[in-house]
Design a protein around this ligand. Structure first.
Ligand code: C5P
Length: 240
């Protein structure tokens, strides 16, 4: 469903705030990402199950990173709980452990490089390569490991699609609508229409919606941008 290309990040303090935001958005969104802020609030799994019970899709953005046996056990505990997407870090053995234990419904997405990182941050982390190279190499490994997709910024989308076609789902955070020049901590941002036009399957949007004066209006505008991005994509792929 085109509406579910938008994933709203529930970066709010408590499960009750998350349910209020979902209520406020109504039919403007149907796919919700639960991240670390909610994890630390208590009631994480109960909220995931409640969102699923209300007919929403749930993305558990837990960015699992641990020894493979622990990741495998965590993934087994999370599957069959109404979760559609789960994130793990892009280390080979971790990705394999997750992919081999994901069950029938849940999809595993590998984090390539956080959209808040730039070249200087990679130097800090000891990576002696360009961000684009790192993202592509992580994505190839994610595919080999049996993951369903990757998290990648809009900047890396064209190279990812060119190298790997549509064999991986690509979910893109770091989205900033054109009328919102506040990038917060994100360094590699693109607009909703550009991300979709360049081939993102889903975009993740947090603060431009949850910190907007009218979150529903902000989400509806982004849905309009997604439709525009899909039309741009169709035009690009149409024979001349
Ligand atoms: O508020 P904003 O739109 O920047 O939120 C983006 C969301 O996507 C946050 O919840 C953040 O944790 C998540 N995310 C990200 N970059 C990644 C993976 C996840 O920004 N590589």
């Amino acid at each position: 469903m085109s509406r579910d290309r938008l994933i709203v990040a529930l970066d709010v303090p408590a499960p009750s705030d998350a349910l209020d935001l979902a209520d406020q958005l109504g039919d403007a969104a149907g796919f919700y990402k639960m991240g670390m802020q909610l994890m630390s609030a208590g009631g994480y799994m109960g909220l995931a199950e409640e969102l699923a019970r209300r007919g929403h899709k749930v993305f558990a953005d837990l960015k699992l990173f641990d020894v493979p046996a622990t990741v495998a056990a965590a993934v087994r505990g999370l599957r069959d709980r109404g979760i559609e997407f789960l994130t793990v870090h892009g280390n080979q053995a971790i990705m394999e452990a997750a992919a081999n234990n994901k069950g029938a419904r849940m999809k595993i997405l590998a984090v390539t490089a956080l959209t808040s990182l730039d070249r200087g941050d990679l130097d800090d982390l000891g990576f002696d390569c360009e961000i684009g190279e790192l993202v592509l190499s992580r994505a190839r490994r994610a595919l080999e490991a049996g993951c369903d997709g990757v998290i990648a910024s809009g900047r890396e989308l064209p190279a990812l699609r060119q190298a790997l076609g549509r064999r991986l789902l690509v979910v893109t955070p770091g989205i900033r609508p054109i009328d919102n020049d506040e990038t917060h901590d994100q360094k590699r941002v693109v607009t909703p229409a550009a991300a979709i036009a360049k081939g993102a399957d889903h975009i993740v949007v947090g603060r431009p919606i949850n910190a907007a004066p009218d979150p529903r209006e902000a989400a509806l505008k982004i849905q309009g941008e997604i439709s525009r991005g899909l039309r741009m994509r169709l035009r690009r792929s149409a024979p001349n």
